[in-house]
Design a protein around this ligand. Structure first.
Ligand code: GLN
Length: 194
Protein backbone atom coordinates (compact mmCIF):
# COMPACT_ATOMS: atom_id res chain seq x y z
CA UNK A 1 0.00 0.00 0.00
CA UNK A 2 1.26 3.43 -0.94
CA UNK A 3 -0.21 6.81 0.03
CA UNK A 4 0.47 9.97 -1.98
CA UNK A 5 0.82 13.48 -0.60
CA UNK A 6 -0.12 16.29 -2.97
CA UNK A 7 3.15 18.23 -3.14
CA UNK A 8 2.19 21.43 -4.97
CA UNK A 9 2.17 23.76 -1.97
CA UNK A 10 2.03 23.68 1.83
CA UNK A 11 3.42 21.31 4.43
CA UNK A 12 3.40 18.11 2.38
CA UNK A 13 6.79 16.91 3.66
CA UNK A 14 5.49 16.69 7.24
CA UNK A 15 2.55 14.55 6.11
CA UNK A 16 4.93 12.19 4.32
CA UNK A 17 6.98 11.90 7.53
CA UNK A 18 3.83 11.28 9.61
CA UNK A 19 2.80 8.48 7.23
CA UNK A 20 6.26 6.89 7.40
CA UNK A 21 6.06 7.00 11.21
CA UNK A 22 2.97 4.77 11.06
CA UNK A 23 4.77 2.39 8.70
CA UNK A 24 3.23 3.49 5.40
CA UNK A 25 5.11 4.12 2.17
CA UNK A 26 4.56 7.80 1.28
CA UNK A 27 5.20 9.41 -2.10
CA UNK A 28 4.99 13.04 -3.18
CA UNK A 29 2.54 13.63 -6.02
CA UNK A 30 3.22 16.57 -8.34
CA UNK A 31 1.47 15.48 -11.54
CA UNK A 32 -1.94 13.85 -12.08
CA UNK A 33 -0.31 10.82 -13.75
CA UNK A 34 1.45 10.08 -10.44
CA UNK A 35 -1.96 9.40 -8.86
CA UNK A 36 -2.01 6.09 -10.73
CA UNK A 37 0.66 4.72 -8.40
CA UNK A 38 -1.04 5.53 -5.07
CA UNK A 39 -3.95 3.98 -3.17
CA UNK A 40 -4.91 7.10 -1.21
CA UNK A 41 -4.00 10.79 -1.17
CA UNK A 42 -3.42 13.50 1.44
CA UNK A 43 -4.08 17.13 0.48
CA UNK A 44 -2.03 19.18 2.96
CA UNK A 45 -2.54 22.52 4.64
CA UNK A 46 -1.17 25.67 3.07
CA UNK A 47 -3.04 28.39 1.29
CA UNK A 48 -6.15 27.11 -0.43
CA UNK A 49 -6.41 29.83 -3.09
CA UNK A 50 -2.82 29.19 -4.21
CA UNK A 51 -3.29 25.43 -3.94
CA UNK A 52 -6.42 25.60 -6.12
CA UNK A 53 -4.66 27.67 -8.78
CA UNK A 54 -1.85 25.13 -8.98
CA UNK A 55 -4.31 22.22 -8.99
CA UNK A 56 -6.24 23.78 -11.85
CA UNK A 57 -3.07 24.61 -13.78
CA UNK A 58 -1.81 21.01 -13.53
CA UNK A 59 -5.14 19.35 -14.33
CA UNK A 60 -5.71 17.91 -10.85
CA UNK A 61 -9.43 18.77 -10.71
CA UNK A 62 -10.68 16.09 -13.15
CA UNK A 63 -7.94 13.70 -11.98
CA UNK A 64 -9.09 13.91 -8.35
CA UNK A 65 -12.74 13.53 -9.34
CA UNK A 66 -11.77 10.30 -11.07
CA UNK A 67 -9.58 9.20 -8.11
CA UNK A 68 -12.56 9.71 -5.79
CA UNK A 69 -15.02 7.99 -8.14
CA UNK A 70 -12.73 4.94 -8.06
CA UNK A 71 -13.17 4.80 -4.27
CA UNK A 72 -9.59 5.68 -3.42
CA UNK A 73 -9.52 7.58 -0.09
CA UNK A 74 -8.59 11.26 0.18
CA UNK A 75 -7.67 13.11 3.39
CA UNK A 76 -7.58 16.93 3.46
CA UNK A 77 -6.18 18.99 6.34
CA UNK A 78 -6.94 22.68 6.75
CA UNK A 79 -6.47 24.14 3.22
CA UNK A 80 -6.98 20.54 2.03
CA UNK A 81 -10.37 20.48 3.81
CA UNK A 82 -11.27 23.79 2.10
CA UNK A 83 -10.42 22.33 -1.32
CA UNK A 84 -12.53 19.19 -0.65
CA UNK A 85 -15.61 20.92 0.84
CA UNK A 86 -18.99 21.24 -0.87
CA UNK A 87 -19.17 24.98 -0.10
CA UNK A 88 -16.57 27.62 0.87
CA UNK A 89 -17.31 30.99 2.52
CA UNK A 90 -15.17 34.08 3.29
CA UNK A 91 -14.83 34.48 0.38
CA UNK A 92 -16.72 31.91 -1.67
CA UNK A 93 -14.35 29.99 -3.96
CA UNK A 94 -14.38 26.91 -6.15
CA UNK A 95 -13.99 23.59 -4.36
CA UNK A 96 -14.16 19.94 -5.35
CA UNK A 97 -17.34 19.20 -3.36
CA UNK A 98 -16.22 15.72 -2.33
CA UNK A 99 -17.40 16.07 1.29
CA UNK A 100 -20.75 17.68 2.10
CA UNK A 101 -19.65 20.40 4.51
CA UNK A 102 -19.64 24.19 4.39
CA UNK A 103 -16.42 25.78 5.62
CA UNK A 104 -15.59 29.36 6.49
CA UNK A 105 -11.97 30.26 5.81
CA UNK A 106 -9.77 31.87 8.47
CA UNK A 107 -12.67 31.76 10.92
CA UNK A 108 -10.55 31.23 14.06
CA UNK A 109 -8.82 34.56 13.53
CA UNK A 110 -5.36 35.58 12.49
CA UNK A 111 -2.01 33.80 12.53
CA UNK A 112 -1.35 34.86 16.12
CA UNK A 113 -4.66 33.28 17.15
CA UNK A 114 -3.31 29.92 16.01
CA UNK A 115 -3.38 27.39 18.84
CA UNK A 116 -2.66 23.84 19.92
CA UNK A 117 -5.16 21.85 21.94
CA UNK A 118 -6.27 18.35 22.84
CA UNK A 119 -9.56 16.68 22.10
CA UNK A 120 -11.25 13.35 21.60
CA UNK A 121 -11.79 11.63 18.30
CA UNK A 122 -14.07 8.76 17.35
CA UNK A 123 -11.37 6.85 15.49
CA UNK A 124 -12.15 3.39 16.82
CA UNK A 125 -14.56 1.62 19.13
CA UNK A 126 -13.57 3.90 22.01
CA UNK A 127 -12.93 7.66 21.67
CA UNK A 128 -9.17 8.37 21.61
CA UNK A 129 -7.38 11.52 22.80
CA UNK A 130 -5.77 13.49 19.97
CA UNK A 131 -3.59 16.56 19.70
CA UNK A 132 -4.73 19.28 17.32
CA UNK A 133 -2.90 22.32 15.91
CA UNK A 134 -5.04 25.05 14.33
CA UNK A 135 -3.28 27.55 12.04
CA UNK A 136 -5.53 30.17 10.41
CA UNK A 137 -7.93 27.29 10.25
CA UNK A 138 -11.31 27.09 8.58
CA UNK A 139 -14.41 26.44 10.70
CA UNK A 140 -16.83 23.77 9.63
CA UNK A 141 -20.14 25.66 9.66
CA UNK A 142 -22.45 22.96 8.29
CA UNK A 143 -22.21 19.17 8.22
CA UNK A 144 -24.39 17.37 5.66
CA UNK A 145 -26.56 14.36 6.58
CA UNK A 146 -24.20 11.81 5.00
CA UNK A 147 -21.18 13.16 6.90
CA UNK A 148 -19.97 11.65 10.19
CA UNK A 149 -18.34 14.08 12.63
CA UNK A 150 -15.22 12.42 14.12
CA UNK A 151 -13.79 15.09 16.42
CA UNK A 152 -14.94 18.27 18.06
CA UNK A 153 -13.50 21.38 19.62
CA UNK A 154 -15.69 23.56 21.88
CA UNK A 155 -18.82 21.92 20.54
CA UNK A 156 -17.91 22.35 16.87
CA UNK A 157 -17.01 19.63 14.41
CA UNK A 158 -13.31 19.82 13.44
CA UNK A 159 -12.86 16.46 11.71
CA UNK A 160 -15.38 14.58 9.59
CA UNK A 161 -15.73 11.73 7.15
CA UNK A 162 -18.03 11.02 4.24
CA UNK A 163 -17.34 7.59 2.74
CA UNK A 164 -13.79 7.60 1.39
CA UNK A 165 -13.17 11.27 2.20
CA UNK A 166 -11.67 12.38 5.54
CA UNK A 167 -11.17 16.05 6.38
CA UNK A 168 -9.78 17.95 9.36
CA UNK A 169 -9.66 21.67 10.13
CA UNK A 170 -6.48 21.12 12.16
CA UNK A 171 -2.97 19.82 11.40
CA UNK A 172 -2.29 16.35 12.84
CA UNK A 173 1.08 16.29 11.02
CA UNK A 174 2.37 19.11 13.24
CA UNK A 175 2.00 17.00 16.37
CA UNK A 176 3.79 13.82 17.42
CA UNK A 177 0.40 12.10 17.63
CA UNK A 178 0.06 9.41 14.95
CA UNK A 179 -3.64 8.59 15.58
CA UNK A 180 -5.16 10.43 12.62
CA UNK A 181 -2.59 9.22 10.06
CA UNK A 182 -3.00 5.69 11.38
CA UNK A 183 -6.78 6.03 10.97
CA UNK A 184 -6.42 7.27 7.38
CA UNK A 185 -3.98 4.46 6.59
CA UNK A 186 -6.69 2.07 7.85
CA UNK A 187 -9.22 3.64 5.46
CA UNK A 188 -6.82 3.17 2.55
CA UNK A 189 -6.06 -0.40 3.55
CA UNK A 190 -9.78 -1.21 3.81
CA UNK A 191 -10.39 0.26 0.35
CA UNK A 192 -7.47 -1.68 -1.14
CA UNK A 193 -7.01 -4.89 0.80
CA UNK A 194 -4.24 -6.50 -1.27
N1 GLN B 1 -5.99 30.00 5.92
C1 GLN B 1 -5.69 29.05 4.89
C2 GLN B 1 -6.73 29.12 3.76
O1 GLN B 1 -7.75 29.70 3.92
C3 GLN B 1 -5.61 27.64 5.43
C4 GLN B 1 -4.54 27.58 6.50
C5 GLN B 1 -3.87 26.24 6.65
O2 GLN B 1 -3.95 25.36 5.78
N2 GLN B 1 -3.16 26.09 7.73
O3 GLN B 1 -6.51 28.58 2.73
Amino acid sequence: MRIGVLALQGDFALHAEALRRVGVEAVEVRKPAELEAVDGLIIPGGESTTLLKLMEAWGFVPALEKFHAQGRPIFGTCAGLIVLAREVLNPPQFSLGLIDVTVERNAYGRQRESFETEGEAALGREPVPIKMVFIRAPRIRRVGPAVTPLAGHRGECVMAREGSVLAAAFHPELTDDPAVHRYFAGMVEAAHPC
